[in-house]
Design a binder for this molecule. Structure first.
Ligand code: FE
Length: 347
């Protein structure tokens, strides 16, 4: 398996970057090798390990080109029909929908996929499938905050959190899709009231969920919003990690959910291999939970027969409500979410 770090090439034009990648994935000596080329927005170590296992089992080499979800979408657009990518794997349902709507992904029908991935976690036309689930929720310092005070995203708009709130910046896809889901469940006006309330609390904007947790741990912030697996990963390293998590909006539509997901590109040169990898990722790739995707990253599997990582058991408790109904609207509402964030001067 070969890793190409796309972020180092992001400054190049799309065309040039495509040429660089194409030459690295299709030299004549490799012509006989079975390959699948993946554009991947995941940057967690566990992924390479899972791909190596896929290669061992199938003989298909996985070639990885990584970048942010948005950068990879730009890349796929620029590639057009010449794309070397077979599988487009990103960490945002909205980005997958946009790619699908623009005709950059192709419909795939497969019994294995339909059985392994519940309907709410895939495109009805089969253009993308979730591989793992992540919840974006509220985290707090229990020495300074009572969980009753932070039950919902709207609670963080309360002026009592002025100077005590840590958030991810507006440019990050996590912030954009969370805002899109607030618009979807509560309407544009209420979503704007909430997000404006956060901004009025003069948050510290920190472009890393891990650092948000560490800032709360250090006492320099009391509440924040992060993906659940960052708490899970911290707990894996230290069972006494002090920052706590609340599953947000349990009296409403449920906690905001997003996915790692993937779709076969419209012009995939190795379509069959891409489908095989996709099928593998939602079956064998789902376990054992603590080493495989999504387990290596403390995410929740999509396949109902797969076990969630052990570290999540204490967080899940007796279960919690998840807002699946809005997952397929993040793409459609992405532009509105970005405009809302600009209007309230979210940094
Ligand atoms: Fe993440």
């Amino acid at each position: 398996m070969k890793t190409i770090n796309y972020s180092t090439r992001v400054a190049l034009t799309g065309m040039l970057a495509a040429v660089v990648l194409a030459s690295s994935v299709a030299s004549p000596a490799q012509a006989q090798t079975q390959v699948v080329n993946v554009y991947s927005a995941r940057h967690y170590g566990a992924l390479e390990k899972v791909f190596a296992e896929f290669t061992k089992e199938t003989g298909i080499q996985v070639r990885l080109s990584s970048g942010s979800s948005q950068a990879l979408l730009e890349r796929l657009r620029a590639d057009g029909k010449q794309t070397p990518a077979d599988l487009f794997m990103v960490i945002d349902a909205g980005t997958l929908q946009l790619a699908a709507e623009e005709g950059l992904l192709q419909p795939v029908r497969s019994e294995v996929l339909d059985k392994a991935v519940p309907p709410e976690l895939r495109d009805p036309e089969g253009r993308w499938y979730a591989l793992s689930q992540r919840m974006r929720t509220i985290v707090y310092n229990p020495a300074k905050v009572k969980p009753e005070e932070v039950q919902d995203y709207a609670d963080l708009a309360n002026p009592k959190w002025r100077g005590r709130l840590c958030l991810r910046p507006a440019t990050h896809i996590y912030t954009i899709s969370l805002t899109a889901s607030l618009i979807a469940t509560r309407g544009a006006r209420e979503a704007e009231r909430i997000v404006r309330g956060w901004v009025n609390n003069r948050p510290q904007f920190i472009d890393s969920d891990t650092r948000i947790l560490e800032t709360i741990e250090a006492g320099r912030c009391d509440v924040g919003i992060t993906n659940h697996y960052y708490v899970g990963n911290k707990l894996k390293a230290n069972a006494n990690f002090p920052v706590k998590l609340v599953w947000a909006n349990q009296k409403g539509a449920g906690v905001h959910v997003n996915i790692t997901g993937a779709g076969v590109t419209a012009a995939a040169p190795n379509r069959d291999n891409a489908i095989r990898l996709l099928e593998w990722l939602v079956t064998k790739g789902q376990g054992p939970a603590d080493t495989h995707l999504p387990g290596g990253n403390s995410e929740f599997p999509v396949n109902p027969s797969a076990q969630a990582p052990k570290v999540l058991e204490s967080l899940v408790g007796t279960g919690f409500k998840i807002d699946y109904a809005t997952l397929r609207q993040y793409g459609k509402l992405q532009a509105d979410a970005i405009k809302l964030l600009e209007r309230v001067r979210y940094q």
